[in-house]
Design a protein around this ligand. Structure first.
Ligand SMILES: Cc1cc2nc3c(=O)[nH]c(=O)nc-3n(C[C@H](O)[C@H](O)[C@H](O)COP(=O)(O)O)c2cc1C
Length: 207
């Protein structure tokens, strides 16, 4: 069974600690038999949601920029890996703008009752979240988790598993934490396996 994943990198640093963590999860997913397309979100030429609300009546955004391509990519993926640092206690701005633009999916699903993802596809799709943060305080990932949970529901790719690493200001270099890199690899691998298992089950149930 095929398995194609999209990975969103929310860090501006393409070779930073978040990117390193993502690389391990992608390696795991690929070794489990998936293909993975990595999208470096801060480089995209996209605007924030302007609340034009054209998407209330049709599954399209009134803003004509690169987002059209990414709606299709996220819609067609069997699963997602999202890797991001915490910034100002939440999701970095570029990634947040990207996520907000999925109001197109929100309106289709909740306003018109015409979800862009089928109930069979929903049984397959799942999201692995990887995040790191500089500080080490309570509720450090709370904002991020709420946002990613909402995005997972809106796009019918629910938050499935996560790898969260606080205290990066002290850790500094993630290669000094092979345990976390291993966890990312293993969860990437498990994501690939789970998606392929679910794909087979859905195919069987439709025979
Ligand atoms: C603009 C900005 C805001 C940040 N805000 C927070 C924050 O609110 N809480 C926190 O724990 N770390 C914060 N950090 C630290 C990052 O989460 C941390 O440095 C992370 O390791 C960066 O990931 P990278 O290696 O992929 O660049 C912030 C960093 C930047 C650049």
């Amino acid at each position: 069974m095929g398995c194609h994943l999209v990975a969103l990198l929310g860090s501006p640093r393409k070779e930073g600690n978040t990117a390193r963590l993502l690389k391990e999860a992608v390696r795991g997913a690929e070794e489990a038999g998936c293909t993975v397309e990595v999208i470096h979100v801060p480089e995209l030429q996209i605007r924030p949601c302007m609340e034009i609300f054209a998407c209330k009546t049709k599954a399209e955004c009134a803003i004509k920029d690169e987002m059209g391509t990414y709606y299709t990519k996220i819609r067609d993926a069997d699963g997602l890996i999202v890797a991001t640092p915490v910034m100002t206690m939440g999701v970095p701005g570029a990634l947040k703008s990207f996520l907000d633009r999925f109001q197109v999916f929100y309106m289709a699903k909740y306003e018109r009752g015409e979800p862009l993802v089928t109930s069979e596809e929903r049984k397959i799709r799942k999201m692995l979240l990887l995040s790191i943060a500089g500080m080490n305080i309570p509720n450090l990932f709370a904002g991020l988790l709420q946002t990613m949970h909402a995005f997972g529901e809106i796009t019918d790719c629910p938050l499935w598993e996560k790898v969260l690493l606080p205290d990066m200001d002290n850790v500094r270099d993630i290669t000094t934490r092979p345990d976390i890199l291993k966890e990312a690899y293993e969860k990437g691998y498990a994501l690939g396996e789970e998606i392929q298992k679910a794909t087979s089950e859905v195919a069987l149930s439709m025979e």
